[in-house]
Design a protein around this ligand. Structure first.
Ligand SMILES: [Fe+2]
Length: 361
């Protein structure tokens, strides 16, 4: 299935230019906003093109992360912070546990899916590494201090901070534009979501999967799960493998065109819309398309580490998650009682005995 690609440029031209403040959107832009909210609702995902996030920016980031993940395990483990619950620095492979392994309700749900749409069953923890890097300003006062720790920079990577911060802030800008367009499409004020994202504990959390070691078809890199944050964004990976589940339960493999970004809905947007938009289920598995890319990369002598340039955007920890605007009148609103976003994240993570604020379970 081809997801539509939304070009953010016309919207950005309007909001950053002549209509500051009380924008009057032209009919085409209103249609684009409705397409954003409708696609998020129906598919839990969206492809966008943002002129501020070029394919070259994405390449520069992935090149650096490949160089990092190719380092020996002993080097990478110097960036491991288990006492900080892996909130910053590296998380080695074999630590993250897919929720489908521990959540009985989710296991029942996935058993009810038609055979062709069932996820692959992981046999244990995810065989992928992850690096956690915070992006954006932190709140001066917060009730959730433990979610905010000092960044970790690997030795010898002089470009690390600049590359991480620059790619991270570009992806947040793209998310903000999508969040505004979605708010308009959902019939909410333009800043309904972005006002709550201010000073949120956003995380740039690229993953590294060693396809040389784990490149067998059917290997599950990220077992069937949803993201607990607001919206997740990824640049294009050099190796395909991500599948998403549409609202109707159908499983589809995502193809991200060059120069595009992929957005996925997390649990926090589900809360704010009283389930009108639900958190998208997804998994990352070695498929035959991944095998083709592995073959091509080997022939061209390129890295066999699959890097995902994932960024988890969050609602600020001290902001309250509750159905917004007209969603408060939804018959499902009772399922989404008011809760501080920071408390919500802690609650979700306690399910699998992890702490911190990473975006996925
Ligand atoms: Fe995820």
């Amino acid at each position: 299935m081809e997801l539509p690609v939304i070009d953010l440029e016309p919207y950005l031209d309007v909001v950053s230019g002549k209509y500051c403040g009380d924008e009057v959107l032209n009919p085409q832009l209103k249609t684009a906003c409705s397409e954003v909210s409708r696609t998020l609702k129906e598919t839990g995902a969206l492809l966008v093109k943002d002129p501020r996030c070029s394919a070259q920016d994405n390449d520069r980031f992935i090149d650096m992360m490949e160089k990092y993940f190719e380092k020996p395990d002993e080097f990478k483990r110097l960036q491991e912070r288990p006492h900080l619950h892996y909130q910053v620095g590296v998380t080695p492979e074999g630590i993250e546990i897919p929720r489908s392994l521990v959540d009985g309700e989710m296991q029942n749900k996935l058993r009810s899916l038609p055979k062709e749409s069932q996820p692959l069953t992981p046999s244990g923890p995810d065989p992928k590494w992850r690096y956690m890097w915070r992006v954006g300003p932190r709140p001066s006062t917060t009730h959730f201090q433990e979610l905010n720790s000092e960044p970790v920079i690997p030795e010898g990577f002089l470009e690390w901070k600049e590359t991480m911060d620059s790619w991270g802030s570009k992806m947040i800008s793209a998310i903000e534009a999508v969040a505004e367009m979605a708010a308009i499409g959902f019939g909410l004020p333009k800043d309904a979501f972005t006002a709550l994202m201010k000073n949120g504990p956003h995380l740039l959390a690229p993953t590294g999967s060693n396809l040389e070691r784990h490149g067998k078809e059917g290997t599950v890199f990220a077992g069937y799960h949803y993201d607990l944050n607001f919206l997740t964004i990824h640049g294009r990976s050099r190796f395909p493998g991500l599948s998403i589940w549409l609202r109707n339960g159908k499983k589809v493999e995502v193809k991200v065109p060059v120069g595009c970004l992929l957005i996925q809905t997390g649990k926090q947007i589900e809360w704010l819309t009283a389930g009108d938009c639900i958190a998208g289920m997804h998994e990352v598995v070695v498929t035959n398309r991944t095998l083709e890319s592995i073959k091509a990369a080997s022939q061209e002598n390129r890295s066999l580490w699959r890097v995902s340039s994932t960024l988890f955007s969050h609602i600020a920890s001290d902001a309250v998650l509750k159905p917004l605007g007209h969603f408060a009148q939804s018959p499902l609103a009772d399922k989404y009682p008011p809760i501080c976003a920071g408390e919500f994240v802690e609650q979700e993570l306690s399910v699998i005995n992890l702490k911190g604020n990473r975006g996925e379970l």
